[in-house]
Design a protein around this ligand. Structure first.
Ligand code: BEZ
Ligand code: FE
Length: 276
């Protein structure tokens, strides 16, 4: 029988029905069923199909060792956070996870208390907290990688000189506590100079993420934790372009005055790790 719109899905599923890798079979079967369903539902013209192929082609062409446009696409389509929700279900009170984002890179080790804003100027901010397990027992020696953009909305790696700034690695102290100084983070747009930016424009969507600081926390006997702390009151908390806000990760900035009568913000972010 000829391949036609009634038997198309079955014909393709049958073509690999004998493969031994059950996981691959499940994945490919689902992709074929759903992709065929999209085509049947939308009935794209051949021109539209080529447009879709060209979009994916440009997405690939935008990728290099620094830029991953496919992950950005997965982020803005909510796929990254859907995957996060499925893979990081929490059983107790552990700190929730969120997207890694494209700007993580290795960072210099610092002592607790150090200012990580080496060059960027902004409103001073002291970030601190305690790392514990889910029974409130402090975890000393946990490694915390932190990174953020500056008030200009840029990460150090997005700048011409790529000089390390606003990122560091520190270890929690004997009582599980950590503290670093920085500048207040600001909301910023994700990179929009590629096909994902064009897509957002065509979908009439803004490209902004609410202000946040990224954390990657690792401790022996615990699952690695990738998360952010978000700043209460940010105007993009309800419409993060990558859908990565979780209410449990939002914290208030408290205004304070230091011993030199300088104003600064205090940001408390305790972290509860999940056992392996
Ligand atoms: C970020 O927070 O750095 C980020 C996350 C997803 C896409 C783009 C940027
Ligand atoms: Fe970010």
């Amino acid at each position: 029988m000829d391949f036609n719109e009634n038997n198309a899905t079955e014909a393709v599923l049958n073509s690999f029905s004998k493969i031994k890798d059950e996981r691959l079979k499940k994945i490919m079967s689902s992709i074929i069923r759903n992709l065929h369903q999209v085509v049947k539902e939308v009935e794209p013209t051949e021109e539209e199909w080529i447009k879709a192929i060209m979009f994916l082609t440009k997405t690939g062409q935008k990728c290099d060792d620094r830029r991953q446009e496919f992950i950005l696409l997965s982020d803005v389509l909510g796929v990254s956070m859907l995957l996060d929700s499925i893979n990081n279900r929490k059983s107790k009170n552990e700190t929730e996870t969120t997207v890694l984002g494209p700007f993580h890179t290795t960072s210099p080790m610092i002592e607790n208390g150090t200012n990580i804003a080496n060059f960027v100027k902004g409103e001073n901010c002291v970030v601190s907290g305690i790392i514990t397990d889910n029974n409130n027992i402090p975890i000393p020696g946990a490694s915390l990688e932190v990174w953020q953009s500056g008030p200009d909305g840029l990460y150090d790696v997005q700048k011409e000189d790529r000089v390390v700034d606003l990122r560091a690695t520190l270890l929690s102290l004997d009582d599980g506590s950590y503290l670093f100084r920085t500048v207040k983070p600001q909301y910023y747009p994700i990179p929009v100079d590629g096909p994902v930016g064009d897509l957002l424009k065509n979908l009439d969507r803004h490209p902004y993420r609410p202000a946040h600081i990224h954390f990657m926390v690792k401790a022996k006997g615990f699952k690695d934790l990738i998360t952010h702390v978000f700043i209460d009151g940010d105007k993009y908390l309800e419409s993060d372009t990558v859908f990565a806000v979780k209410q449990s990760l939002i914290r208030k900035l408290e205004k304070n005055i230091d011993e030199n009568k300088q104003e600064y913000f205090k940001l408390n972010f305790d972290i509860i790790m999940e056992k392996n």
